[in-house]
Design a binder for this molecule. Structure first.
Ligand SMILES: Cc1cc2nc3c(=O)[nH]c(=O)nc-3n(C[C@H](O)[C@H](O)[C@H](O)COP(=O)(O)OP(=O)(O)OC[C@H]3O[C@@H](n4cnc5c(N)ncnc54)[C@H](O)[C@@H]3O)c2cc1C
Length: 385
């Protein structure tokens, strides 16, 4: 049973949890911090995997990727943070099932252990935070919020080739499609690695993901390839390797890229997104006030939650500005205009900010067609603008 007492326990070793731990450690090296992670790896919604390529093997991102292109993959950010925080403070395969708290302590339970601490930061996406048992129960406003924030559904695939034959034909490798029964993907891009290994990246998303997810992997791959042949030519059929990741089937993620609010929630329930519940503080990219849904948002949210905890446990460490900021951040709505909200909730569009206006307009059209399809959708709050 209970043996160890920690200052802060962080639930989740994604970018948000590790950023929180890193800031806490930086500001007060004496704090005892433990990170409990359900998966057997760090990085959460960022994962970089080595697959066969033209020059042997190379690494591609199967989760969060854009903003800055990171050689070797974005998962390295979490690996580096874990090193700095100390691997001994990160426990993998430790899914949190319950959090109990009173005026003095919080008790965090995993499938195999129980820990006592003074503060908890929960960084898992809202639909998974909702699965943890809380005692006493969380305020009903918080429950309504997490129960009405579904996660998107996206399958990401990488196909490697001997050469970037599309470039030789004067094509960018970028395909934007509308909904179709034959073509599983909605968008592809050139993903040739920095070492020069030719590849395409593509996304099967939203309604198409729910249609194609239940099919045999071989059938899905065949349909992807025949669509690539249709758009890029017969060379597309001669690939080296096809690899895909269905995030809905990934334990402790259950979907991607981000959870979204059902219409009306942002208006009525948004304070519950970040407002601490006793000793429990909320982080994760969904709670960011800027770049919500992105890797940057994950870092920002983790750091904000870390400052909240410091304000409680050791306020003398913080400047007056930081103390004031922790109070306002907890109740601030997402600080973006309507246009930015679309960008913030749609990584694929945001990745294209450098494309020409006409290309963006075409993509907006394709995405709005996709968003307005009946059935499960990824970004419902866009409809609420
Ligand atoms: C396919 C895909 C494409 C994307 N594209 C982009 C992009 O181009 N640009 C961009 O900026 N972002 C992109 N994103 C989003 C980006 O990856 C995320 O915003 C970011 O990684 C979220 O970090 P996080 O720490 O908030 O959450 P997560 O990474 O989800 O971390 C939460 C952690 O909590 C763990 N966990 C969950 N439940 C429990 C539990 N009960 N107990 C213990 N641990 C638990 C999870 O395993 C996970 O490690 C993409 C994501 C995906 C999947």
């Amino acid at each position: 049973m209970t043996a160890e007492i920690w200052d802060v326990i962080i639930v989740g070793a994604g970018l948000s949890g590790l950023s929180a731990a890193h800031l806490l450690r930086k500001r007060d090296a004496k704090l005892r911090i433990l990170i409990l992670e359900g998966k057997d790896r760090v990085g959460g919604r960022t994962v970089s995997t080595e697959i066969p390529a033209a020059n042997g093997f190379d690494r591609w991102d199967f989760g969060g990727q854009w903003e800055f292109k990171i050689k070797g993959g974005t998962q390295q950010l979490s690996e580096c943070l874990a090193e700095r925080v100390g691997r001994e403070n990160v426990r993998l395969g430790s899914a949190v099932t319950a959090i109990w708290q009173n005026a003095e302590w919080a008790r965090v339970t995993t499938t195999t252990n129980t820990f006592l601490c003074r503060a908890v930061i929960v960084t898992c996406p809202p639909h998974l935070a909702a699965k943890i048992h809380y005692e006493p129960a969380l305020p009903s406003q918080r429950e309504f919020l997490t129960q009405s924030m579904p996660v998107g559904h996206m399958i990401k695939f990488i196909i490697t080739y001997q050469t970037a034959f599309w470039k030789e034909k004067g094509l960018s490798g970028e395909i934007v499609t509308g909904s179709s029964v034959d073509c599983p993907f909605c968008v592809t891009f050139d993903a040739t690695s920095l070492s020069g290994n030719a590849a395409l990246v593509g996304f099967i998303a939203g309604q198409q993901a729910s249609q194609w997810s239940s099919k045999e992997a071989g059938e899905r791959r065949k349909a992807v390839l025949s669509s690539l042949v249709k758009y890029l030519g017969p060379e597309a059929a001669s690939f080296i390797h096809y690899e895909e990741k269905d995030w809905a089937k990934e334990d402790y993620s259950g979907g991607c890229p981000v959870n979204v609010m059902a219409p009306g929630l942002l208006t009525y329930y948004h304070p519950s997104l970040r407002k601490p519940c006793g000793r429990i503080h909320w982080a994760g990219t969904e709670t960011a006030t800027q770049w919500c849904g992105y890797m940057s948002g994950a870092v920002q949210a983790g750091q904000r939650a870390a400052l909240e905890v410091l304000a409680e446990l050791c306020p003398m460490i913080l400047t007056q500005e930081e103390q004031a900021a922790t109070i306002t951040a907890a109740v601030t709505a997402v600080q973006v205009g309507s246009g930015a909200l679309i960008t913030c909730t749609c990584p694929l569009l945001a990745a294209e900010v450098f494309a020409s206006a006409s290309v963006i307009a075409k993509k907006c059209l394709a995405f709005f067609t996709f968003l307005h399809q009946p059935g499960p959708q990824m970004f419902p709050q866009v409809l609420n603008l």
